[in-house]
Design a protein around this ligand. Structure first.
Ligand SMILES: [Mg+2]
Length: 173
C-alpha cells in the first residue's frame, strides 16, 4: 500500500510549503489539473493558480502541467499560465511518460515531483515512476464520472493507509 502513500500531503495547492520542496531537492514540479488546480466544472485557471505557479517559479523550481485531460482542455487551461510545458493524455498511473518527461527536462527522478488529487493516478503513477509525490485534497467534491467510480476504491485505500498512521484530512505541516 505504500505505493499510494504520498511523500507530502496538503489541503490545497496554496498550502504548499515550497521550502519543503527545495529541501527535498525538487527542481521540476508536475501539476495535475482537474481537482488539483481547478474544479472539474471550470475551464480556466483563477488568479490563485496563476499566483501559485509564479511563486514556485520565483523559487527556481520549473513547473509543467501533467494531466490525463484532453489536449484541448489542457491547453485551454494553460493559456494564461507561465508553465514550461503542457503534458496531456499522460496515461497516469503508467510511468513511461513520466520517464520521458524527466529525461526531456534533463533532471533525475529524485529532482521531480508530481502534485495531484488522486491516489490511483497521481500517487500510484508518481511512485511507479520513482518521483516525489504530493497529494492535495480535491478542490471540489464534483468529479468526472470515471473518477466517481475510482473514488470509492480510493476510500478503501485511505482506510488501509490508516494502519500505517496516514489519515485522510490530516495534512502535513
Ligand atoms: Mg485530478
Amino acid at each position: 500500500m505504500s505505493l499510494f502513500k504520498p511523500d507530502y500531503y496538503i489541503s490545497s495547492f496554496q498550502a504548499m510549503d515550497i521550502d519543503r520542496l527545495k529541501r527535498a531537492g525538487i527542481r521540476l514540479l508536475l501539476c495535475d489539473i482537474d481537482n488539483t488546480l481547478m474544479a472539474y466544472n471550470e475551464a480556466v485557471p483563477n488568479a490563485k493558480v496563476v499566483a501559485f505557479i509564479d511563486r514556485i517559479k520565483a523559487h527556481g523550481i520549473e513547473v509543467a502541467l501533467y494531466s490525463n485531460a484532453s489536449k484541448k482542455r489542457a491547453f485551454r487551461f494553460a493559456r494564461d499560465l507561465h508553465v514550461s510545458q503542457v503534458y496531456y493524455l499522460s496515461l497516469k498511473p503508467l510511468p513511461f511518460k513520466f520517464w520521458k518527461v524527466i529525461k526531456a527536462h534533463g533532471y533525475t527522478k529524485k529532482e521531480v515531483a508530481i502534485l495531484g488529487d488522486q491516489l490511483f493516478t497521481d500517487m500510484l503513477g508518481g511512485h511507479l515512476a520513482g518521483i516525489y509525490t504530493i497529494l492535495t485534497a480535491p478542490i471540489s467534491k464534483i468529479d468526472r464520472s470515471s473518477t466517481k467510480f475510482t473514488r470509492k476504491f480510493e476510500n478503501l485505500v485511505f482506510k488501509h493507509l490508516e494502519k500505517s498512521g496516514f489519515r485522510k484530512g490530516e495534512f502535513d505541516g
